[in-house]
Ligand binder design. Structure first.
Ligand code: CP
Length: 329
């Protein structure tokens, strides 16, 4: 057990072990003093080459609640501006004595490259449109919190910009591994050229599906990643694929509404729906801390099981859920 680079590194029992452990850590996060000495003396570095609000703060909070020392790396004020390479940067940081690196990078495969250069554990916090394994774990944790410990037979739709989404690639693998039925919904222009090998059904129409769903995951339209327009206008996208108030009414009363964030309110999801009673979007954020505590503990405390393989996961091409392309999710 060395790294968490892809959700494909984990089989069902590996995922369930982490989610079970996260239940224990959720109890810790609810205490008056939400901190345990489990990883005292361990040093975790957050190395974010790409913007983040949730993931970065969540990992840093998780590490602190486990009593780790946390080093936050700022790309803007680092020697990268003077031309220092990624390899020299991470080897320099490691020389100061660290135990784990949490890395986000716009280029798919960067966490795996880093894992080949240093001895410290590496956790992928999002690389291109390849993988975001801890997002998948926290999303699965959130589903289990509402649907029960086993997701077998649950129907989950992932809707929107699948093409650029590392969250879609990670969620689909995690939910399917746990027994859920996963349907991707998007216009053909926002899907990979092939979804062969993905454990999913694919649909281009959202409306018929709505009454059948246990949960719906809305994805951000990644306009900054679209060199060409992939739909006629935002209004037309929302008309066909947005979770509007009208569409939300067609969901079952107990269906969960999810979004990994950040949201484009009024585009892929209406503000009233995002803030409505069936939305678990902020619960996803809160669960992220417990799940990341579980991941850090599994990697750094030793003696854990379930992290099969050395990390990169996907063996397919660029469009496979574990494949490498640039983008984000
Ligand atoms: N869900 C997610 O990765 O959000 P951030 O980009 O804010 O970390």
């Amino acid at each position: 057990m060395r790294h968490l680079l892809s959700i494909a590194d984990l089989d069902r029992s590996g995922i369930e072990e982490i989610l079970d452990l996260a239940e224990s850590f959720r109890e810790v996060t609810r205490r008056d003093i939400p901190k345990v000495p489990a990883l005292r003396g361990k040093v975790v570095v957050s190395l974010f080459y790409e913007d983040s609000t949730r993931t970065r703060i969540s990992f840093e909070t998780a590490a602190k609640r486990l009593s780790c020392d946390v080093m936050a790396f700022s790309v803007a004020s680092s020697s990268i501006a003077k031309g220092e390479s990624l390899r020299d940067t991470v080897r320099t940081i490691e020389a100061m004595g660290i135990d784990a690196v949490v890395v986000r990078h716009q280029a798919a495969g960067t966490p795996r490259r880093i894992a080949g250069w240093i001895d410290a554990h590496v956790v992928n916090a999002g690389d291109g449109c390849h993988q975001h394994p801890t997002q998948a774990l926290l999303d699965a944790f959130t589903l289990r919190s509402h649907l029960g410990p086993r997701l077998d037979g649950a129907h989950v739709a992932i809707v929107g910009d699948i093409l650029h989404s590392r969250v879609a690639r990670s969620d689909a693998l995690a939910f399917a591994a746990l027994g859920a039925r996963v349907t991707l919904v998007a216009p053909p222009t926002l899907l990979p050229s092939t979804t062969a090998g993905w454990p999913v059904d694919v649909r281009h129409d959202l409306d018929d599906l709505l009454p059948d769903l246990d949960a719906i995951v809305m994805l951000r339209i990644q306009r900054e990643r679209q060199a060409q327009s992939r739909f006629p206008s935002l209004r037309e996208y929302t008309d066909r694929f947005g979770l509007t108030v009208e569409r939300a009414r067609r969901l079952r009363p107990d269906a969960l509404i999810m979004h990994p964030g950040p949201m484009n309110r009024g585009v892929e999801i209406a503000a009233e729906v995002a803030d409505g009673p069936r939305s678990v979007i902020l619960e996803q954020v809160a669960n992220g801390v417990s799940v990341r505590m579980a991941v850090l503990y599994r990697l750094l405390a030793g003696g854990a099981t379930g992290f099969g393989g050395t990390g990169f996961g996907g063996t397919g091409g660029a469009d496979a859920p574990g494949g490498e392309t640039t983008g984000r999710g």
